[in-house]
Design a protein around this ligand. Structure first.
Ligand code: GDP
Length: 309
């Protein structure tokens, strides 16, 4: 993922490393290159401006031009700021999925139709039930997981979740298109409590675009379920559009994290940085395949390292 950005930035970094001295002029040149690299990777313009301003401020503050190895110093600053931009500024554990609550820990999936909510619900259920979850750097063991669909608008959506749940061998609570989403949520909570599930993942209806009725509905589900995680699922292929969708969801719901799907496609990676910036929430996972094992926890520091090569 982020290949395009990686290639551009590593080219910039190489020229930077070769500089024995940094002057105001060649610092400017490099910042221009970094800016181009970010824009070409589809990072939203305000995010790029903000990023460049921070790098500039820090490099002036640290007197990069006067340091022993100015090229390296500037690379270091770009690396630090990139890590921060990817969520490293939120703290080391911010990207971890939080389940630390009275069970069942409820995870609410939000996002537009087609973003990958149902697929991600299955991936997450598999990951949790197979013991993938890590808290404070330690594995927390295999979880007993229940999934349910509150998408009553597309009966096929409920069937799709059932098929996905069967595939990953996780319990599925049947719901019905004639039910109200809130009644489904109530029944699921009750079932999960009575049967001692540790995690309940609630898949929700998406719409093709953002609409007020959809936001009202998911807000009501949120009030009822009181999820410990409210994950905004967004398609990385949406590029710049992802920013507007992310903003609308972040305004409507107290999101706790972002899942960026379809990073295996030819997405240029910029959406990852923009969505994190506009929501102020950490990226928690990236989707890397249509297959149900194609989910990877997101690590800001590692990702920044990968981008800079
Ligand atoms: P929903 O409407 O938000 O529930 O979206 P779905 O889960 O039905 O996903 C929509 C389409 O995107 C499906 O064809 C999925 O197979 C595909 N998809 C979801 N996540 C990924 C991913 O990470 N990579 C790829 N390549 N495809 C994905």
């Amino acid at each position: 993922m982020l290949d395009n950005l990686t290639q551009r930035l590593s080219r910039v970094v190489k020229t930077m490393r070769g500089q024995a001295r940094l002057t105001e002029a060649n610092t400017q040149d490099m910042l221009r290159e970094v800016r181009m690299a970010l824009l070409e990777a589809d990072v939203a313009l305000p995010v790029v401006r903000d990023f460049i301003a921070r790098v500039k401020e820090r490099s002036l503050g640290q007197d990069v031009a006067g340091s022993l190895n100015p090229g390296q110093a500037l690379v270091g600053i770009v690396h630090k700021e990139l890590t921060a931009l990817m969520g490293g500024d939120l703290g080391a554990d911010a990207s971890e999925l939080s389940l630390a609550t009275q069970p069942p820990a409820v995870i609410l999936m939000a996002g537009l139709q087609g973003a990958g909510k149902t697929t991600t619900t299955g991936k997450l259920a598999k990951w949790l039930s197979e013991g993938g979850h890590v808290q404070n750097g330690k594995k927390t063991g295999k979880k007993k997981v229940l999934v349910v669909s509150a998408d009553v608008y597309r009966p096929a959506a409920i069937e799709q979740l059932k098929a996905v749940a069967d595939q990953v061998k996780v319990d599925f609570l049947p719901s019905d298109a004639s039910q109200k989403p809130e009644d489904i949520a109530r029944a699921a909570l009750d079932h999960a409590r009575r049967h001692h599930y540790e995690v309940l993942i609630v898949d929700t209806a998406g719409r093709l675009g953002i609409d007020e009725a959809m936001m009202r509905e998911i807000r009501a589900l949120h009030d009822l379920l009181k999820p410990i995680e409210t994950l905004f699922v967004v398609d990385a292929m949406q590029g710049q559009d992802a920013v507007n969708v992310a903003r609308a969801f972040a305004d409507a719901l107290p999101l706790t994290g972002v899942v960026l799907t379809k990073m295996d496609g030819d997405a240029r990676g910029g959406a990852a940085l923009s969505v994190r910036h506009v929501t102020g929430k950490p990226l928690k996972f990236v989707g890397l395949s249509e297959k149900l094992d194609g989910l990877e926890p997101f690590h800001p520091e590692r990702m920044a390292q990968r981008v800079l090569g």
